[in-house]
Design a protein around this ligand. Structure first.
Ligand code: UT7
Length: 309
C-alpha cells in the first residue's frame, strides 16, 4: 500500500490559550508546559462532511488519481454530523465519486486513521481499486467548555489520504481494551442530550506511554528492521509530553517524531493525517522513507503501522 497524496482542512476560527484562559481557570503557561498546545481550530458552522470533503478534494487533485479509480471511502470519526447517512456516503456525494464505492465510517477514536489505512489496504486487495481514507473530527461538539481538564486539549479538523494498492505491504499491530472509565463521551443521556467528553487524563497518559512503545517495537521487529532505520515516527498528537515519553522509552531522539500539536491541539482521528499533510508540504517525506504511524486513545484502542512512503 502506498499513500499517494494528502489533503487537509481546518476551520477558520482559532481558539488560543489566551482566550481559553478567559473561559476556564487556566493559563497559557500551564497549557503550554503540560501539553505543548498553543492554539486549536474550532468549527463555527463548518461540518465534518465539509471539512472531510475539502481535504479529500485537495488530496485527489494532488494525486492525479481519477475519481473512477476510487473504490473505497472510509471516514474515521467519532464525531460525525449524523449517524446516518454516514460521513463517507456524504463525501461520495459531495465529490461525485462513483456509486460503486464501498463507503462507511470507522470509529476507533484517536486510533481511527491507522485502523482506517489497514482496513483500506485489505479492501483494495479485494476490489482492485484506490481508496480515500479520511480522519475528520469536530471534537468541539463533545467538549464541555467548563471542564478545564479536557477543553484545553481538543480541536477540530480533517486530513485525507489517497491510497494506492501499489507498493509493499504494511506491517501492523493493533489492540483494544474496552474501558469507559478512562475516556468516554458522545452517547445519549437519560434526557436524550449528548454526553460530553469525560477523561481521566492522568490514566490515559499512563496507558499511552506504557502501550505505544511496545506496539511500535512489534511492528519494527515484524518488518525485520531496527528503530534506527525508521525515518519518521508520526504519533497521534495527544500531548507533547506523551510523544516525549514514547521517544524516551524507545531510546529514539525526539527530533525523529514529527509534531504539530502546538497549533492544532488534539484532533483525534484527524491528527495523524494533518501531520502527514504538513510533512509533505515541508518536503520532509521522500520516496522509500520508512514511517511508523501510531494511534492510541478512546476505546481504549491503539494501533501502529510501518509503511514505506
Ligand atoms: O487523544 C487521546 C486521549 N487523550 C489523551 O491522550 C490525554 C492524556 N492526558 C493528558 O494529556 C494530561 O493528563 C492532561 C493534559 C489532561 C492533564 O495533565 P496532567 O499533567 O496529567 O495534570 P493532572 O490532571 O495531573 O493535574 C495536575 C494539576 C491538578 O491540580 P492539583 O490537584 O495538583 O492541585 C489539576 O487540577 O493541574 C490542575 N489542572 C489545571 N490547571 C490549570 C488540570 N487542568 C488544568 C488547566 N489549567 N487546564
Amino acid at each position: 500500500m502506498k499513500i499517494v497524496a494528502m489533503g487537509r482542512a481546518l476551520p477558520q476560527y482559532v481558539l488560543d490559550n489566551q482566550e481559553l484562559s478567559g473561559m476556564v481557570e487556566t493559563n497559557d503557561e500551564w497549557i503550554t508546559t503540560r501539553t505543548g498546545i498553543c492554539q486549536r481550530h474550532i468549527a463555527k458552522g463548518e461540518t465534518v462532511v465539509a471539512l472531510a470533503s475539502q481535504a479529500a478534494r485537495q488530496a485527489l487533485a494532488q494525486s492525479g488519481v481519477p475519481l473512477e479509480s476510487i473504490g473505497v471511502v472510509i471516514v474515521c470519526t467519532f464525531t460525525p454530523d449524523t449517524a446516518t447517512p454516514s460521513m463517507a456516503c456524504m463525501v461520495q456525494k459531495e465529490l461525485g465519486l462513483p456509486q460503486t464505492v464501498l463507503a462507511f465510517d470507522l470509529n476507533a477514536a484517536c486510533s481511527g486513521f491507522v485502523y482506517g489505512l489497514a482496513v483500506a489496504e485489505a479492501l483494495m486487495d479485494r476490489q482492485g481499486c484506490h481508496a480515500l481514507v479520511i480522519g475528520g473530527e469536530l471534537l468541539s461538539r463533545l467538549v464541555d467548555y467548563t471542564d478545564r481538564s479536557t477543553c484545553i486539549l481538543f480541536g477540530d479538523g480533517a486530513g485525507a489520504a489517497v491510497v494506492s494498492p501499489a507498493g509493499s505491504r504494511t506491517v501492523t499491530d493493533f489492540g483494544a481494551d474496552g474501558n469507559a472509565e478512562l475516556l468516554s463521551g458522545g452517547g445519549y443521556n437519560i434526557n436524550g442530550g449528548r454526553e460530553p467528553l469525560r477523561m481521566n487524563g492522568r490514566e490515559v497518559f499512563r496507558f499511552a506511554v506504557s502501550t505505544v512503545p511496545g506496539s511500535i517495537r512489534r511492528v519494527v521487529e515484524q518488518a525485520g528492521c531496527t528503530l534506527e532505520e525508521v525515518d519518521h515516527f508520526v504519533l497521534h498528537q495527544a500531548n507533547h509530553r506523551i510523544t516525549e515519553g514514547v521517544a524516551r522509552h524507545l531510546g529514539v531522539n525526539l527530533d525523529r517524531f514529527y509534531e504539530n500539536i502546538v497549533h492544532t491541539g488534539n484532533t483525534s482521528a484527524a491528527s495523524i493525517p494533518l501531520a502527514l499533510w504538513e510533512m509533505q508540504e515541508k518536503d520532509l517525506l521522500h520516496p522509500g522513507d520508512r514511517l511508523v504511524l501510531a494511534g492510541f486513545g478512546g476505546g481504549l484502542t491503539w494501533g501502529a503501522m510501518l509503511l514505506n512512503w
